[in-house]
Design a protein around this ligand. Structure first.
Ligand code: KG4
Ligand code: ZN
Length: 338
């Protein structure tokens, strides 16, 4: 019970991932197969995603075990993300994990994908425990959550419309930069001027801790409507930097404002958007200035991966919090401790 190894699965969207991790948060393997096929459609096609998960999950499992230098006999439990996500994709992971656990007679641990993103921080800071404020920013979620303990949390704010990652993706689509938009905007913005266009900061002046990003998309569309192709390509970096600043500024401002108001000393950022270099640099500087300690996941654990699912499963294993073979996937959004 003291030392154990978990085989973890993540198939909630368009990345198939399998990882072997131990009870000390040591990652032995974290294999990810990203489905690039969706690029030609400008977004994730759910039916295609589940079919690709099905094609990849077996060989990825073999690879993850091989890289970890173990076989199924060395595995003590199987963990899998069960929500939120695309239902067909989740079902591939859940069915595979249950079948495997049954075959090797080991328990299954159900993990909420958003909680998994948060636990990615444990892979670099295994001893980090609440209380802390968490900013969770992914393709489907934008939530400011206060964790007072491992088992108690309060949602402080959330997006009223688009998620932060979605805002990056939709902005990139309007600029014909393909999908996903976050990484390409991040790269272009490095040489651009963030003050080139004053895109709106959603719910900026309000005291509310909620976010709103749908106005930004409309504003970009309006801005681009009277610009010709050569102007856009000449100023692509500047437009990307301005778009990025509009998303990141408000995320940082509201998170730090709440932390200061409540005298919270530690902040954790999680989810795909936590890979954003401008967010990482700016937030680090601003947090330091106010004496707040900031914890950012390592870049390789920001986006969807199975190691974070395994990390979230470790405590559940210790608590004996196992799922039955009637475990099912569900697509409902939101953070849960399950
Ligand atoms: O957490 P994640 O991998 O999947 C979900 O659970 O949604 O997040 C994916 C999102 C996408 O919207 C993607 O554009 C965004 O994270 N993203 C980024 C960066 N890398 C990924 N956004 C901004 N800057 C990045 N470097
Ligand atoms: Zn995710």
């Amino acid at each position: 019970m003291n030392y154990f190894k978990i085989l973890a699965f993540e198939t909630s969207c368009d990345d198939t991932s399998v990882s072997v991790i131990d009870s000390n948060y040591r990652v032995f393997s974290n294999c990810i197969s990203s489905q690039t096929k969706h690029e030609e459609f400008g977004g994730v096609v759910p039916e295609l995603a589940s079919r690709l998960h099905l094609q990849n999950i077996t060989w990825l499992t073999q690879l993850a075990l091989e890289k970890a230098g173990t076989d199924l006999v060395g595995i003590d439990a199987v963990a899998v993300s069960i929500n939120p996500g695309l239902i067909g994709s989740l079902l591939v992971g859940v069915s595979f994990a249950k079948g495997l656990a049954y075959a090797i007679n080991k328990p299954v641990i159900a993990v909420n994908h958003i909680l998994g993103h948060l636990y990615a921080i444990k892979l670099d800071y295994p001893h980090l425990e609440p209380p802390y404020l968490a900013l969770i920013v992914s393709g489907g979620h934008t939530e400011l959550v206060y964790f007072s303990s491992r088992t108690e949390f309060e949602i402080i704010g959330r997006t009223r419309d688009d998620a932060a990652g979605e805002a990056f993706d939709k902005g990139a689509k309007l600029l014909n930069l393909g999908y996903p938009g976050g990484p390409v905007i991040d790269r272009l913005a490095r040489t651009g001027d963030p003050a080139f266009v004053a895109f709106p900061r959603g719910l900026d002046r309000r005291e509310s801790n909620d976010f709103s990003f749908s106005g930004l998309k409309t504003s970009i569309r309006n801005y681009l409507s009277d610009k010709d192709g050569s102007f856009i390509s000449e100023h692509l970096q500047d437009i990307a930097a301005s778009l990025q600043a509009a998303i990141v500024d408000i995320l940082i401002k509201k998170t730090l404002r709440y932390a200061r108001q409540q005298r919270i000393e530690r902040i954790v950022v999680a989810g795909g958007v936590s890979a954003n270099s401008y967010l990482r640099e700016r937030m680090q500087k601003d947090a330091e200035r106010t004496g707040i300690e900031l914890f950012l996941p390592a870049l390789q654990y920001c986006m969807d991966n199975a190691a974070m699912i395994g990390a979230a499963a470790i405590e559940k294993y210790r608590l004996g919090d196992f799922a039955g073979l009637d475990l099912n996937a569900f697509s409902t959004k939101g953070l849960r401790l399950l």
